[in-house]
Design a protein around this ligand. Structure first.
Ligand SMILES: Nc1ncnc2c1ncn2[C@@H]1O[C@H](COP(=O)(O)OP(=O)(O)OP(=O)(O)O)[C@@H](O)[C@H]1O
Ligand SMILES: [Mg+2]
Length: 213
């Protein structure tokens, strides 16, 4: 089973992914915890290029393709082999981030993005995607380390709001894959909800497999 965590900046994806993986391991499930961009040695090198503040000349198309390059490697080298072994894969961001950030946030043509994402992933889709949603000011505040969010310019807030709305659109298009989690709550409460959703989905899959046998 392939589980991804999505949501705007500072919504608690990394915090919750880590805690979910620990919890599932305690339940006896073999778990791969991974993240995008990155996850593999090649992917982590690409992440370094994407995060390097010296790379101000990077063109938006270059950026989009670098994300997909890291993703292609991630799918083939890590995610697919673990899924084939029967492991649970918990991934902090995946293909939906490209659609939400580059598509809805930067307003790049969604049809084109869907094609490059399809190419990068070889069509591999998550079984379950948790949308950790926070109010835009809350998310920006968290990321700024609790500082005064007014220091962030209006562009950043507007971008953040477009990304958040984009996630809602993606969820609406595939309601069976997505579950909305209110991440304005304290981390323990969010984790409780995350566990409930994931355990319910695991139980459902087990009963479906039994019925098939
Ligand atoms: N539910 C919460 N309530 C308050 N603070 C939180 C909560 N969840 C996470 N935080 C804090 O907010 C900050 C961002 O959390 P985290 O890194 O998990 O978010 P993220 O979604 O992974 O962010 P990014 O998109 O930037 O990777 C961290 O300092 C974390 O401790
Ligand atoms: Mg994170």
């Amino acid at each position: 089973m392939f589980i991804t965590l999505e949501g705007p900046d500072g919504s608690g994806k990394s915090t919750q992914a880590q805690r979910l993986a620990e919890f599932l391991r305690q339940q006896g499930c073999p778990v791969l915890l991974t993240r995008e961009p990155g996850g593999t040695p090649i992917g982590e090198q690409v992440r370094g290029i994407l995060n390097n503040l010296d790379n101000t000349a990077m063109h938006p198309r270059t950026e989009i393709l670098l994300f997909q390059a890291a993703r292609a490697q991630h799918v083939e080298e890590l995610i697919k082999p673990h899924l084939e072994k029967g492991d649970l894969v918990v991934c902090d961001r995946y293909a939906d981030s490209t659609l939400a950030y580059q598509g809805y946030g930067h307003q790049v043509d969604l049809a084109v993005l869907r094609q490059v994402v399809e190419y990068a992933t070889g069509g591999l889709k998550p079984d379950l995607t948790l949308l950790l949603d926070v109010d835009s000011e809350v998310g920006l505040n968290r990321r700024a380390g609790g500082g005064d969010w007014n220091r962030l310019d209006a562009y950043e807030l507007a971008f953040h709001i477009r990304v958040r709305e984009g996630y809602f659109q993606l969820m609406k298009a595939e309601p069976q894959r997505w579950v909305l989690i209110d991440s304005n709550q304290p981390p323990d409460d969010v984790q409780e909800k995350v566990r409930q959703v994931v355990m319910a989905r695991i139980e459902k899959r087990k009963s479906q497999i039994k019925l098939r046998d």
